[in-house]
Design a protein around this ligand. Structure first.
Ligand SMILES: *Cc1c(COP(=O)(O)O)cnc(C)c1O
Length: 360
């Protein structure tokens, strides 16, 4: 019998993640592989989180605290809100899915950039919504054009800040002008997965819109600077009304017990965060300069990755780098995205890239 699949679902393609290290080792018989593909923390997890993970093993026969009392309280304290403003996800990815399923009826619209985190479109389509994409201008979100794209059917508007894959940001002033134009029936999603890496003083304080009662959700994650991508834990800070609706759709044990413990410990590990920021800032200089020395013009980034026009077919460069044991990300056309690693990893990437270019 033919499957009866809704055309919105049939139109989706599976998300293509960064290639796992072990997969490349298997395929190419390489001993050493450097992965600069998924914006992971090259220093590894917070040591405090690792200790907490060990301690959590003994109670794995119990279900997690579905309300995640301790972690939500800690996050609320950190962001000066009450715990009913905080929702956890199995990665912040899951919260994107919850938002789509909770707030989109079939045919409702979600406004997003045309060149941004691909999960937005996936989740909107899976919820039978309509993704309305707005071109970037000079690799940045065009917030006035995004405001223009709002209609009576719009329910969600995604601002990825800094943007993945470009690394660019929009400023507090720009966001202020956007928020002045967003009507109440639209929830603005500020996806700030790279927040802790941002160095610009002009970065918006998006949480202030939440505390002022605007229909806004700020998404953060433990996958990036905290180094816990494998555990799958992220969070949203939003109004108690929005958390209440999201909680009706959220699977009860979506944040597992080890992840809750590890995140709580990582949140207080200021030293690991500071070291990670410093390593990233130095690596950003190193890779930026290295790319410029090779004749490229990398796009200035506020995150932990660099987006660059590599001047020739990006897929071929990506594949040639794979053969040298370096995993980056080919995004489209001539564009590749490289995550900032530790100094020797960055150097290995630059050396391999120079070799690839020389080989033609
Ligand atoms: C990495 C990333 C996330 C976080 O994903 P998790 O599910 O928390 O691991 C969210 N948004 C963007 C733009 C990202 O790059």
């Amino acid at each position: 019998m033919p499957l009866n699949v809704h055309p919105d679902i049939a139109a989706l393609s599976p998300y293509v993640p960064g290639k796992p290290i072990e997969e490349l080792q298997r395929e190419m018989g390489l001993a050493r592989v450097i992965k600069l593909a998924s914006n992971e923390n090259p220093l590894g997890p917070s040591p405090k989180a690792l200790a907490a993970i060990g301690e959590g093993a003994a109670t794995l026969h119990r279900y997690p605290d579905g309300g995640a009392f301790r972690l939500r309280e800690a996050l609320a304290g950190r962001w000066k809100v009450t715990p009913d403003h905080v929702i956890l996800g199995n990665g912040s990815d899951e919260i994107l899915g919850l938002l789509a399923r909770t707030f989109l009826a079939p045919g409702d619209e979600a406004v997003m950039a045309d060149h941004t985190f691909v999960i937005y479109k996936m989740e909107v389509m899976a919820a039978h919504g309509k993704a309305v994409t707005v071109p970037l201008t000079q690799w940045r979100h065009d917030l006035p054009a995004m405001a223009d794209a709002i209609t009576a059917r719009t329910r969600l508007l995604f601002v990825c800040n800094p943007n993945n894959p470009t690394g660019t940001m929009v400023s507090a002033d720009e966001v202020g002008r956007l928020m002045a134009r967003v009507p109440e029936h639209v929830i603005v999603v500020f996806d700030e997965a790279y927040f802790e890496y941002v160095r610009s003083a002009a970065f918006p304080e998006s949480m202030a819109y939440v505390t002022r009662g605007r229909n806004v959700i700020v998404l953060r994650t433990f996958s990036k600077i905290y180094g816990l991508a494998g555990l799958r834990i992220g969070y949203g800070v939003t109004t108690p009304e929005i958390t209440d609706y999201l909680n009706r759709v959220r699977p009860p044990f979506n944040a597992n017990s080890i992840a809750q413990r590890a995140a709580l410990a990582a949140l207080s590990d200021d030293e690991h965060v500071a070291r990670s920021r410093a390593v990233n800032a130095a690596g950003m200089e190193q890779v930026g300069q290295g790319l410029r020395a090779l004749g490229f013009a990398p796009i200035p980034s506020e995150a932990n990755f660099i987006y660059v026009d590599i001047g020739r077919d990006g897929r071929q460069v990506f594949e040639a780098l794979l053969r040298q044991g370096i995993i980056v990300r080919h995004i489209e056309g001539r564009m590749i995205r490289v995550t900032i690693g530790q100094a020797e990893e960055n150097q290995a990437f630059l050396t391999a890239l120079a070799r690839v270019l020389q080989a033609g």
